[in-house]
Write a protein that binds this ligand. Structure first.
Ligand code: ATP
Ligand code: MG
Length: 341
């Protein structure tokens, strides 16, 4: 398998746009933040920043547009991205407000509660200007995180950047990355739809697949509903290719991932067997590794292996991008780690 609509890495960097945050992680599992509790961090974070960092670590060319405050939270992000080869010239330093943050605590069932400071922080205060336009004009691929679509500043960049990159023959990918704490109004939904119908690579996780296809429905449990789920997945895939999507990589957490192509071909990869210490960032690392490998010319199956390895390796380390691997680290990880049956 090889044919792809994704622009090759040699044509120009992957552009990531959106929130740059620090993440502060509760060290105990439980319900939210209503009690004083032990915390650890700050870790560099923000879905688009994690994605950019993993692209860079894997040897892809990549640039980031966003903003940080003139504070240590901003500096740890800039230092990390720079260290890992990300072009940070499109990241503004805003002296008037602090760097964005996310406090996260895991519940016993594995779900997460967040307290975000994005909208009123530097994370949301960037836009389309001479500096960001210059960065976008060097890029050949745009990766969009659904979590950025509710940010007016991000959309002010994403929309013209997508137009400019496409006009030069570049490509666009989309990770729906839906978060219950973030705004989902009519306008965000329209932006999401506009991106789905034209994207060259869609990177949904679980039920985001049906949501992207506009086929949301309630899922049951048990053997019969597993069959229903498989049918629902198949219907969503058909619908998304009708809408014009170029390639779909579906994430399934510890169960691994699958890739679907419009001509009916599909590839499946079982998850690697790891002890999950911190699941945050798995989807971003998976997507960045898959996209980067495809842009570097690797076939679907190989890119899928690197994606699964990047996601699995990242969950073994505390902090959202602390486990993002280089190509050598991911090769070593794949040699050393068995797959789930
Ligand atoms: P995120 O929380 O970052 O949004 P996501 O829901 O988008 O995550 P996941 O499916 O959780 O994405 O993870 C992406 C990929 O990483 C999976 O397809 C899988 O290959 C790998 N992965 C994630 N968690 C595990 C795990 N516990 N064990 C093995 N592999 C994992
Ligand atoms: Mg995700």
């Amino acid at each position: 398998m090889s044919g792809t609509r994704l622009a090759p890495d040699a044509a120009g960097p992957t552009l990531c746009v959106g929130e740059i945050l620090v993440e502060i992680v509760a060290t105990t599992a439980g319900e939210g933040f209503l009690e004083p509790q032990p915390l650890t961090g700050p870790f560099p974070s923000g879905a688009p920043a994690i994605f950019a960092d993993q692209c860079g670590r894997l040897g892809g060319t990549v640039a980031m547009i966003g903003a940080v405050g003139d504070d240590d939270f901003g500096r740890i992000n800039l230092d990390r991205l720079r260290r890992d080869g990300v072009d940070v010239t499109g990241i503004a330093i805003d002296p008037g407000v602090p760097t964005g943050s996310a406090f996260v605590r895991y519940r016993h069932d594995g779900s997460r509660d967040f307290v975000y400071n994005i909208a009123t922080s530097a994370a949301a205060r960037f836009g389309w200007n001479a500096a960001t336009e210059a960065v976008a004009n060097r890029c050949a691929h745009l990766h969009v995180m659904g979590s950025a679509l509710s940010m007016p500043g991000a959309w002010a960049v994403i929309e013209p950047a997508a137009r400019a990159i496409r006009a030069r023959g570049g490509s666009v990918s989309l990770d729906p990355n839906l978060r219950k704490e973030l705004v989902h109004d009519r306008r965000t939904a329209d932006r999401f739809r506009q991106l789905v119908v034209s994207c060259d690579l869609l990177l949904p996780s679980g039920e985001e697949l049906e949501h992207a296809a506009g086929l949301d429905g309630v899922r049951g449990t048990g053997a019969a509903s597993e069959r229903d789920d498989a049918q629902r997945t198949a219907a969503a895939i058909v619908r998304l290719f009708e809408l014009g999507v170029g390639e779909i990589a579906l994430k399934r957490g510890e169960r691994g991932a699958s890739v679907f192509l419009p001509d009916g071909r599909r590839a499946d990869a079982a998850g690697f067997t790891v002890d999950e210490l911190d699941p945050t960032g798995a989807g971003d690392c998976f997507g960045a590794a898959y996209l980067t490998c495809r842009r570097l010319g690797l076939p679907v199956e190989r890119a899928l292996d690197y994606g699964c390895a990047a996601g699995a390796r990242n969950v073994t380390v505390l902090g959202p991008m602390e486990g993002a691997g280089t190509r050598a680290q991911l090769d070593a990880f794949m040699r050393a780690t068995p797959r789930r049956a």
